[in-house]
Ligand binder design. Sequence first.
Ligand code: NI
Length: 168
Amino acid sequence: MALRKIVLQGDECLQKKCRVVTDFNQRLHILLDDMAETLAESGGVGLAAPQVGVLRRVCVVMNEDEEIIELVNPEIIAAEGEQTGLEGCLSVPGKYGVVTRPYTVRVRAQDRNGSFFEVEDEGLTARCFCHEIEHLDGHLFVEHTDHLLSDEELQEYIRQQEEEEEEE
Ligand code: NI
């Protein structure tokens, strides 16, 4: 396995529609292994292939049990509810925005051998499914927010969230 370099906002790889994977070969397996390692190293919860310069419909998501879910040719087939919260991206380091997403998301995808499966999750992992799958069509989370938070706004937002949690 090897670490891949994560490209940053402004790189044209992040603006392209990625191609469907048709060959479930060793090259794909190496890509998935490298992406999992790169994600673990980064401390993030999701990574899409275009973020490592590969224009294929592949992403990896780490769920709240810290399991890596490999998604090849993923599609959101159902979404329910709503959540509003902080979102960031490894390609937009250190920047966060407040983004509204569905609360529960169901995804249909293929695994590394081409078998179809479905996975459903909520909260942060559901947010991550939406975020990563959008990368495959050349979109970034920043398109869902009117502005990225300044450091002061970010601290204030986190403080307010903590207060609300204490009140609950
Ligand atoms: Ni991202």
